[in-house]
Ligand binder design. Structure first.
Ligand code: SF4
Ligand code: SF4
Length: 244
């Protein structure tokens, strides 16, 4: 194991920083009906595998039985495919992190949710000058995560807490900043190819579309961001209880 970079006390503080509610409604109830297993997508190991810092794992083991190491073949009939994905993921996971699985949404303990749970579906977005502008989302979850299609529901307090927490992390561990700078760059490349603007919830409380080529920012209400996949259809044909 690599040298511990965060103390238990720091992990606890960072968890507190990322404990602000993301939306006023329980977004899990919005996405779970579209998942075959009936679980929110981000709590379903078949869709999202939480990675946690080694120090975080040590902290969690001391405080809860909620988590255990991810078992790559659990719930998978396609063992060859599952093994291939496992090998790929292991290779992509840095030494400082470990892949975990939790007991599931029925047994969730909010206090001991990982950073990954608290962040999902967002990551800190940095421009090419390395400035942390705000938050954007992981594009691979566009089709599954309801929040991504409803960014206007994200509370400004959540964005502020998220950015403040990452200001602290980046100051403490500059490597983490490099990782997200790289991820933001990859997002610009991908969105340029897809000829789409990057949605940003800015740390100033406003929302913007960023042109991936020249990084020009245009202020737009978050309600104007695209709805995607089933959520686009659902927005056109809401259930009666969604119209109030
Ligand atoms: S964050 Fe997205 S995937 Fe997770 S529960 Fe909310 S809507 Fe579902
Ligand atoms: S700890 Fe809770 S929020 Fe995180 S994946 Fe498990 S059930 Fe979901």
């Amino acid at each position: 194991m690599t040298e511990a970079r965060f103390s238990d006390e720091e992990i606890k503080k960072l968890y507190q920083g990322l404990s602000t509610e993301m939306t006023l409604i329980d977004c899990g109830r919005k996405c779970a009906p579209y998942n075959v297993g009936g679980k929110p997508f981000c709590c379903d190991i078949l869709h999202a595998i939480p990675t946690v810092f080694n120090e975080e794992w040590a902290y969690l083991q001391k405080n809860t039985n909620l988590w255990f190491p991810w078992e790559w073949d659990r719930g998978r009939d396609d063992r060859d495919e599952a093994r291939r994905e496992y090998e790929e993921l292991k290779a992509e996971t840095p030494d400082k992190m470990v892949l975990l699985e939790c007991l599931g949404p029925d047994k969730c303990e909010r206090e001991f949710r990982s950073f990954t749970c608290r962040q999902f579906p967002f990551f800190p977005y940095l421009n090419s000058k390395g400035k942390l502008l705000g938050i954007s989302y992981y594009e691979e979850y566009e089709e599954s995560c309801w929040v991504i299609s409803n960014l206007e529901q994200v509370l400004p307090e959540y964005v502020f807490s998220f950015v403040r927490t990452f200001d602290t992390i980046f100051e403490r561990i500059p490597d983490e900043k490099n990782n997200y700078e790289y991820h933001s760059l990859m997002m610009r490349k991908s969105y340029k190819k897809r000829r789409r603007a990057i949605p940003l919830l800015h740390r100033n409380g406003l929302s913007y579309k960023i042109s991936p080529g020249n990084e020009r920012m245009r202020k737009v209400p978050a309600s104007r961001f695209s709805k995607i996949g089933v959520y686009k259809i659902a927005a056109k044909m809401p259930f009666p209880d969604e119209m109030t």
